[in-house]
Write a new protein. Structure first.
Length: 170
């Protein structure tokens, strides 16, 4: 008897096959979608210190305006560059036709003869170079005397420009 009760209770307590098929699974309750609001971005504040160095004051030097060249008054006598040498009237020897600035050589078209060792002066609007004619070449060959009408290459001590005039001082 006890066994029969036990069996009956087992059957009664569990769901039957029919009840499984007939019963519908419980639908899960759908949650409403949650709208996520992004927080507003806060402006970034950079916490840096700006270091300012004190600049040393430089003396102010006034430069003459471009195009204006200060010239000596006409009534002042010019002193010779070399006091031992007699200051004669400079004679024009030629003109600069080209200048090679990378090697410091000027091409001079001669209007009168020029010897190696002569004191020459090259004058132009922005140029004033005085030197001895030391290294002269004609057609890439060194010469000691160049005649009028020749084009010579002359090593110069400063920058010269095309059209500058060449004078012999001695």
């Amino acid at each position: 008897m006890l066994k029969s009760l036990f069996k009956k209770s087992k059957k009664a307590s569990g769901p039957t096959k029919k009840s499984k098929k007939l019963s519908k699974p419980k639908a899960k309750a759908k949650k409403a979608p949650v709208k996520r609001v992004k927080p507003k971005a806060k402006p970034k504040i950079l916490k840096t210190k700006k270091i300012v160095k004190a600049k040393a004051m430089k003396p102010v030097v006034k430069k003459p305006a471009k195009g204006k060249v200060k010239r000596a008054p006409a009534n002042i006598a010019l002193k010779p560059i070399f006091p031992a040498m007699k200051m004669g009237q400079p004679k024009e020897v030629g003109r600069i036709t080209h200048y090679f600035d990378n090697i410091g050589v000027a091409v001079i078209e001669l209007s009168s003869a020029l010897r190696q060792g002569d004191q020459i002066e090259i004058k132009g609007s922005l140029t004033n170079v005085t030197q001895r004619a030391a290294s002269m070449q004609v057609s890439h060959l060194p010469v000691s005397v160049a005649q009028a009408g020749e084009s010579i290459g002359l090593k110069v001590s400063g920058k010269v420009r095309e059209g500058d005039r060449v004078y012999r001082l001695s």
